[in-house]
Design a protein around this ligand. Structure first.
Ligand code: NAD
Length: 505
């Protein structure tokens, strides 16, 4: 059985523990490799390598650093198919979707090529006689990223790209469920000319994370994952004086007004609710049609479209989406579906009925894969667990509302506030909605409003802890500290010692 190890100083590091965790192939439901799990001593070794490498990297001028990033981008693109297949086989998402995962990460690397511009400080000439004030943006030192399973290329690159471009060394602790792509990305960074030790990868679970959080060398932590862990990491970073941005779970609503093109909405909803088996923090998992007629028309359209979906092996070009990441993830989704039924929701399409026995792809049986079919509930109400909890599976819940105000109140009172969308042809209604809704990322006739790389990405409420978003200009603010210099030339000390607060005359 293949083993996946840590990547430190440009080489494989086997670590000192004999702890491993199985890495699965969700499409066929089999273990395919095992990943080494680090303990504190291993993590400290990885951090120490980064600490030694960081000053030399920071001393390179920003243009030289971004030339390494340019070559890194070239190599990632040149190896796109290999990366996407590796990713799909560990995650279960389809090959084209896996390519999208890598490409949305590359987008942020491309944005990070603007580092020389982003790192420019401010300058005020002549604020007093012979006195100038200017500011520098300096790297923090060694920073860490702790990332989730659902975007094993995109999110590590969202974190590492701007951090590295700003002159930091980066320790990545990716998800232990799909660890291969992060290692391959770090290898490509070194192949691109990145100094060894500047980008290290360490695998592990809570022990490894806690060792990162307890390290005095780590100056900032960028986390993405579930809300309870996001909050834990944010609080622990605050206690040790580390900068932290921690992004959590989601429950994204789509509001559909009576004037929306229902057929188009049904198409986009099917993609946004079931794509990647619903394992996206921006998946649309709740649809809120306004008015009975809108709801009935949308229900009919969804009933027609959902059975047309093909669920299958990640490499099957006909598959619209693939398996969930683990058997536990499948069981959890099925448990929540059962809770929805028990609570009285109307189960219109039951994905638990999907039968993969007898299905094969490339000679491999799919019977043991972790598949759940597309599931659609109508008449969901706000106290049901299928509404309050993030399901993270291919389950779409319809909550009916009578007015736009009632519909808007749903995302506004939900604990999560990651993404939301409104479908309408009424510009005024959409504009008011954009202004009033208490959610960080809003789509107008766009189901998954993931901002492009030069804007920022981040939710509100329990979807994010911290004040700066991911990518865009915020990422450079997060990964740098400001130094403000007040300078006087030539030194003129003729006034003697000053005992009052200096003021600019
Ligand atoms: P997770 O919280 O289980 O794991 C995330 C990371 O935390 C992993 O690296 C994992 O090893 C580590 N971790 C897990 N348990 C830990 C513990 N007890 N102590 C310390 N570290 C621990 O999340 P996941 O299942 O990998 O990812 C899915 C979640 O991520 C969903 O909730 C999804 O909404 C969220 N997500 C959010 C965004 C966003 O930008 N808001 C983006 C992608 C995913």
């Amino acid at each position: 059985m293949k083993s996946i190890y840590h990547y430190v100083d440009g080489a494989v590091f086997k670590g000192t523990t004999d702890k491993f965790q199985a890495v699965l192939n969700p499409s066929v439901g089999k273990e395919q490799s095992q990943v080494a799990l680090a303990d504190k001593a291993d993590v400290d070794h990885v951090i120490e390598s980064a600490r030694k490498a960081q000053p030399g990297w920071a001393a390179m001028n920003p243009q030289k650093r971004i030339r390494v990033l340019m070559e890194w981008i070239r190599l990632i693109n040149a190896n796109m198919d290999e990366l996407a297949e590796m990713l799909a086989l560990e995650h279960g998402k389809t090959f084209p979707d896996a390519k999208g995962d890598v490409m949305r990460g590359v987008d942020v690397l491309e944005f990070a090529l603007g580092a020389p511009h982003q790192l420019k400080g401010e300058y005020s000439y002549g604020v007093g006689t012979g006195i100038d004030v200017y500011s520098l943006r300096q790297p923090l030192g060694v920073v860490a990223g702790i990332t989730p399973f659902n975007f094993p290329a995109m999110i590590p690159l969202w974190k590492a790209g701007p951090a590295l471009a700003a002159g930091n060394a980066f320790v990545l602790k990716p998800s232990e469920r799909d660890p291969s792509v992060p290692v391959r990305l770090a290898e490509l960074f070194v192949e691109a000319g990145g100094p060894k030790g500047v980008l290290n990868v360490v695998h592990g679970g809570k022990d490894a994370v806690d060792a990162i959080l307890d390290s005095d060398t780590i100056k900032a932590v960028g986390f993405v994952g579930s809300t309870p862990i996001a909050q834990y990491i944010y609080e622990r970073c605050a206690a040790t004086g580390k900068r932290a941005q921690c992004f959590g779970g989601a429950k994204n609503h789509a509001i559909v007004l009576p004037d929306a093109d229902i057929d188009h909405v049904a198409d986009t909803l099917v993609g946004a609710a079931f794509g990647s088996a619903g394992e996206r923090c921006m998946a649309l998992s709740v649809v809120v049609p306004v008015g009975k007629d809108t709801a009935d028309r949308l229900r009919d359209a969804l009933i027609k479209k959902i059975p047309e979906l093909t669920v299958g092996h990640c490499m099957d070009p006909d598959a619209d989406y693939g398996a969930l990441v683990t058997p536990e993830a499948k069981q959890r989704v099925e448990k929540l579906i059962a809770e929805g039924v028990d609570a009285g929701a109307d189960l219109v399409v039951d994905g638990r009925e999907l039968d993969m026995s007898g299905r094969e792809f490339a000679g491999q049986s799919l019977a043991e894969g972790y598949y759940v079919g597309p599931t659609f509930f109508d008449n969901v109400t706000t106290e049901m667990s299928i509404y309050t909890e993030e399901i993270f599976g291919p389950v779409l819940s319809m909550v009916r509302a009578e007015t736009l105000e009632e519909a808007t109140e749903l995302p506004n009172s939900h604990i999560y506030g990651n993404g939301v969308a409104i479908f309408t042809q009424n510009g005024g209604a959409a504009r008011d909605f954009v202004n009033n809704v208490q959610v960080g990322m809003v789509g107008v006739n766009v189901p998954i409003p993931v901002p492009i790389a030069y804007h920022t990405f981040g939710g509100w409420k329990a979807s994010a802890f911290g004040d700066l978003n991911q990518h865009g200009p915020d990422s450079f603010r997060f990964y740098t500290k400001t130094k403000t210099v007040t300078s006087r030339w030539p030194g003129d000390d003729s006034a003697g010692p000053q005992f009052t607060m200096p003021v600019m005359n």
